[in-house]
Design a protein. Structure first.
Length: 234
């Protein structure tokens, strides 16, 4: 599959057209940004690791009946995906308090939640992806009620599948972000699932094995991404 015109370049990925109007190529970059791109850097090898990790997780989810935009891995950095219309919502699921929730509510990181928390953030860089609820999402016309119900159900399903998968790899799935897109009347899971978009802690040591190592200058960033790939491959 040949790359055509580049139609999008974001912080961590580029997207290209292909000769099939229904398919795109998603290329994973080594670039990393945090705090609304005020912190920038590169994580050597991240692009190929995240491509591989996303492939494994999308295949796992597909095997459990969760439809995604993933078609196949093309090579180290490139993945063939279905062209979707991205819904401008970031869905966050949290199992353990960390990051934004710890700040928002003044709770120490690490508190295990009684039940998973689902949050919606409006995808808008200029507004710093503000936290909104389902009433905002519907009232602003970002999404239809039926789609919202599908997204909610799918997100919890994804959480159950991934939580148990990572648990077997001796990792806590602390929280993660999902994006969905519209495709031929269906809602598909889109974007990527990787240590850029999930918080993963080693169950024994609670060592962070995700993008927080970059955000917080904790060191061993590449090693952490490699470690996640090593565990989920095995
Ligand atoms: N996240 C993401 N993209 C974003 C914001 C958050 O992938 O633009 C992920 C993040 O890696 C974490 C989860 O979503 O796994 C929850 O992030 P949080 O809301 O705590 O925000 P952060 O602390 O990253 O600012």
């Amino acid at each position: 599959m040949e790359k055509g015109n580049k139609i999008y370049e974001g912080k961590a990925k580029k997207v290209y057209e292909t000769d099939n109007p229904d398919l795109l190529i998603q290329e994973f970059k080594d670039d990393a940004t945090a705090f609304d791109a005020t912190k920038r850097g590169t994580i050597k090898g991240k692009g190929s690791i995240n491509n591989y990790i996303s492939k494994i997780l999308f295949e796992l989810l597909e095997s459990k009946g969760v439809e995604t935009h993933f078609v196949k891995q093309i090579d180290e950095r490139n993945m063939l995906i279905k062209k979707v219309e991205i819904i401008p919502l970031e869905v966050t699921i949290r199992n353990i308090v960390a990051g934004g929730m710890s700040k928002l509510l003044g709770i120490d990181e690490g508190m295990v939640l009684n039940e998973p928390v689902l949050e919606y953030h409006y995808k808008n860089d200029a507004l710093h992806d503000p936290l909104i609820n389902e009433y905002h999402a519907r009232a602003l016309g970002l999404i239809k009620d039926e789609e919202l119900n599908i997204i909610e159900k799918k997100s919890f399903e994804v959480n159950n599948i991934l939580k148990s998968f990572f648990d077997h790899k001796n990792l806590y799935l602390v929280d993660f972000k999902l994006e969905f897109g519209r495709h031929k009347g269906k809602v598909l899971l889109a974007d990527e699932i990787s240590p850029d978009t999930c918080r993963l802690w080693d169950k024994d040591t609670r060592k962070k094995l995700d993008k927080d190592r970059f955000r917080r200058d904790l060191g061993d960033v590449e090693d952490a991404y490699e470690e996640v790939l090593r565990r989920i491959k095995g």
